[in-house]
Design a protein around this ligand. Structure first.
Ligand code: BT5
Length: 252
């Protein structure tokens, strides 16, 4: 009842590569790990699980993966792009998820939010020459642990259960189109759309580096996907890999 049906995903797919090979698991440690283990699979292979025992976020953090409640998936991509632009795929995936969900926004760099709450997280990793784009979406989760009071689900926002397979297919259908544009012409053609969706711009932010914090106003996202932050000491350009960003007084 809670489990993802591979056939139902395929029914809604309009892609030529993304999700055309699907590895569905009832349980795994992390779909990103599965993608790494099976990186000889074809480009666009989708690894998707009903639950993860060790779901991961960035910087060693974990991802709460309630059985059946969420969508836990990773796409194995084999793009012919320079390694240094691969992290921008997180931003491209963010646009795809927002468009698929309809009313969502992006908290730079990798959180998808509805209202002020996090509904999805994206974890992009490189493994050899492959890019693994992991996407966790809170679909039908009814309740989160107390420490995740800033989390929400599509069920909580819409007041009814959602069809996970349709959402998976919608994300893949849009993501493939955006990726083809990105592979061809870089992030530039997608920048305006990203900025329109990015909730941080114009807001006070706290940028949390490994061993220091900086506060300022997020003014823009640059052509390479960095967040530009105006501080009292001047403007800094923040790359996504190394930081967390919070609002000054709350999550956003
Ligand atoms: C992320 O990291 O947001 C990336 C999450 C990616 C998860 C997917 S699921 C499929 C694939 N396989 C994996 O193992 N991972 C990917 P980050 O920005 O570091 O945020 C992590 C933080 O989000 C945690 O420290 C919590 O505070 C919070 N969090 C954890 N689980 C959450 C959930 N289900 N919903 C909302 N927030 C959550």
């Amino acid at each position: 009842m809670f489990n993802i049906s591979q056939r139902k995903i395929e029914k809604h797919l309009t892609t030529s590569v993304f999700g055309r090979n699907i590895r569905h698991m009832k349980v795994c440690t992390s779909t990103n790990e599965e993608a790494k283990l099976h990186c000889d699979s074809p480009d666009g292979t989708l690894f998707i699980a009903d639950t993860q025992t060790c779901g991961r976020g960035r910087l060693g953090r974990s991802w709460e993966s309630e059985k059946g409640g969420g969508i836990y998936m990773s796409l194995l991509l084999k793009p012919d792009i320079p390694a240094e632009v691969a992290p921008q795929l997180t931003l491209v995936a963010g646009i795809a998820v927002c468009k698929a969900l309809g009313n969502a926004k992006i908290k730079w760099p990798n959180d998808i939010i509805i209202g002020n709450k996090k509904v999805c997280g994206i974890l992009t990793e490189m493994s050899h020459k492959n890019v693994i784009c992991g996407i966790g979406i809170n679909a039908n989760t009814k309740k989160f642990p107390a420490e995740l009071d800033f989390a929400t689900s599509l069920y909580l926002e819409r007041g009814r259960k959602v069809r996970k397979e349709k959402i998976v297919a919608d994300v893949l259908n849009i993501f493939e189109i955006l990726c083809n544009e990105f592979y061809e012409n870089g992030f530039d053609p997608l920048l305006d759309e990203y900025k329109t969706l990015c909730e941080n711009i114009g807001k006070d932010v706290r940028v949390i580096f490994e061993n220091k914090e900086v506060t300022g106003v997020a003014t823009d996202v640059s052509a390479n996907g960095n967040l530009l932050v105006k501080t009292t000491d001047g403007e800094i350009s923040v790359a996504s890999g190394e930081v967390s960003v919070r609002g000054l007084y709350k999550y956003i």
